[in-house]
Design a protein around this ligand. Sequence first.
Ligand code: G3H
Length: 249
Amino acid sequence: MPRQFFVGGNFKMNGVAQSITDIVKNLNAAKLDNSTEVVISPPAIYLALTRELADPKIGVAAQNVYDKPNGAFTGEISVEQLRDTKINWAVIGHSERRVILKETDEFIARKTKAAIEGGVSVIFCIGETLEEREANKTIEVVTRQLNAAAKELSAEQWEKVVIAYEPVWAIGTGKVATTEQAQEVHAAIRKWLGESISAQAQEDVRIIYGGSVSEKNCRELATQPDVDGFLVGGASLKPAFVDIINARI
Ligand code: G3H
């Protein structure tokens, strides 16, 4: 079966109740490509509002989740609490959390395992910095990030993961990876899935691209055989997000 195209919208720490309501209502009213899976990720405080307002066809993702069950962890949100709020996705390992919040590969892998075991699917973010790309370390870096998750997950659990390749130098900078750069890394990730996880995972796991995706560049990126969708930041806050969701029609 062909992999279903997937478009995520990561609002990051943006929006207030009114603007998020407007974004969701705009998506509900838009004509969206039925064959594309759409998941939006508002700040934690607006998850319940978003879930209540969004059309049931639109998934909602938390931008983070903790790796432990409910308990004395001030400021954190558990997998159980996400499920209780009908939130079935989590973005884990975003470079802003890796770099600014100093999250390690191991912590990110544990959170991914906890989410999946609790019934929450994961948009698992990986990607290299500009310095790492210039030192020809891109594949080494993404492989290290993937290997950490592979230590925690069974082969079957990868079916609940969407891998988001997001070169750090392309995030919020307007410098999108070229279609060739994106396809090259996505193909390497798919090869890694075959070699390190299973032939099934290699075939089924979706690999999406993130980093300055816009309504202008999405169509060309979407033509690449291993680009199964996008994780969109800034543009997901704008009406043009609809054009990105519809990149293949
Ligand atoms: O999660 C989304 C990525 O960080 C991309 O953000 O589209 O604003 O570059 P951006």
